[in-house]
Design a binder for this molecule. Structure first.
Ligand SMILES: *Cc1c(COP(=O)(O)O)cnc(C)c1O
Length: 398
């Protein structure tokens, strides 16, 4: 998946444009910048590739989620439904706007189960946040129906899924708001960076203002700009945007390479009847950044991942035991270890995460192994890896 694997002349050229002008700031300095507006250009490129009216670049994926929630006016005591399997950033963003993360079970898609979502809705629910973990999506059509029925916002955390699609729409563009991350390990990278995409003009206006101290970006004189709302600084720099501009041009090539490598691995593992695969919803196309499969039991999955690591099969993850991506090891959330406390609304709204029953998620994630698909592998290397993985899995099963 990582764009950093194929980093080179195109990125260097874009960055040098910025270094030559010396304007590292995305706004203002019109006279000095020799016509270079890397952040604006990357926003235009994202709008085109994602088929949306608006893209707002920000400093990270976490910032994108925070800005998306803020521009949808999600705040004190509002509930946001998200899956037990995600990166910690998803709930960090929710907490940072004073809202309550409500974790619900995943299904065989490894992301939000629509039935579990509907059950979790209360009169405080404001947002449903599917997280397209490891490059594939939830059943988005039923989630959209649920959101429309209850008047909720559908916010896609597409940080790991850029380049995938659903019903012909790029992931991130299907809901009311979509978020991407361009951190160093994502499919395409800016070093650090993120984006909010939307077709909603009002959300976009507020995202643009909120991410730059509430400035309205009207008129030529930065110092005379109005600030209609209180904001924050979530700006991306021109240097980071320049890297992203080179990378987004390569996105479709990256996806094609991932698809080739993914397909070789999948075709090999398909020969093993006991192995099943993560369900990709009908009309969904993943971005092939990971191959995620299930073993018949948790014990078998544990034995397999151990055999992989002892026999040189790197880049595979057993998320069930992972500190960052699965609720079991989120002690900081369970113990509410906040540095500065929580508002009364937030404290009163928070569920007791230690008492929650996520045994259904455990049954899926406990049997899952996800293998990162690298861009740099040659076809021969992938074939050798596929054989090695198949043999090791068969050994555990026998
Ligand atoms: C990486 C990631 C984020 C956060 O992105 P950063 O750019 O690292 O802040 C959020 N959600 C998911 C699912 C991610 O994988």
């Amino acid at each position: 998946m990582p764009g950093f694997e194929l980093f080179g002349d195109k990125e260097r050229k874009q960055v040098n444009d910025v270094l030559d002008s010396g304007v590292l700031m995305r706004y203002g300095f019109d006279g000095m910048r020799n016509g270079h507006w890397k952040a604006k250009e990357l926003e235009k490129a994202l709008e085109k590739r994602m088929q949306v009216n608006h893209a707002q670049l920000v400093s990270s994926g976490t910032a994108a989620l925070t800005v998306a929630l803020a521009c949808a006016k999600v705040g004190a005591g509002d509930e946001v439904i998200l899956p037990t399997f995600t990166f910690v950033a998803s709930f960090e963003a929710v907490l940072s706007v004073g809202a309550v993360p409500i974790l619900v079970d995943v299904d065989d898609t490894l992301t939000l189960d629509p039935i579990a979502v509907e059950k979790a809705i209360t009169n405080k629910t404001k947002v449903v946040m599917p997280v397209h973990m490891c490059g594939s999506m939830a059943d988005l059509a039923p989630l959209k129906v649920i959101c429309e029925k209850h008047g909720l916002i559908l916010l896609e955390d597409a940080c790991q899924a850029i380049g995938g699609s659903y019903e012909g729409k790029p992931l991130g563009s299907y809901g009311d708001l979509g978020c991407f991350s361009f951190d160093y390990v994502k499919t395409i990278t800016c070093g650090e960076g993120g984006a909010v995409i939307t077709n909603n003009q009002e959300f976009y206006k507020l995202a643009d203002q909120y991410s730059d101290h509430g400035h309205d970006h009207i008129g030529k004189d930065r110092g005379a700009e109005g600030h209609p709302i209180l904001g924050y600084n979530y700006r991306i720099s021109e240097l980071h945007a320049a890297v992203g501009l080179a990378q987004i041009e390569r996105l479709d090539d990256f996806i094609a390479t991932q698809k080739r490598n993914y397909t070789i691995l999948k075709e090999a593992l398909e020969q093993i009847p006991e192995v099943s695969f993560r369900r990709v919803p009908k009309n969904g196309v993943e971005n092939y950044s990971f191959l995620s499969f299930f073993l018949p039991t948790e014990e078998m999955a544990r034995k397999t991942i151990k055999a992989f690591s002892e026999n040189g099969v790197d880049a595979c993850f057993y998320w069930f035991n992972n500190n960052w991506h699965y609720y079991r090891k989120w002690e900081h959330l369970k113990d509410l270890n906040s540095l500065n406390g929580f508002s009364k609304e937030l404290r009163e709204g928070l569920p007791n995460y230690n008492m929650s029953d996520f045994s259904i998620s455990d049954q899926w994630v406990g049997r899952n192994i996800s293998c990162l698909i690298k861009l740099g592998w040659s076809e021969d290397e992938v074939i050798a890896r596929a054989n090695n993985m198949s043999n090791l899995i068969k050994k555990q099963l026998s």
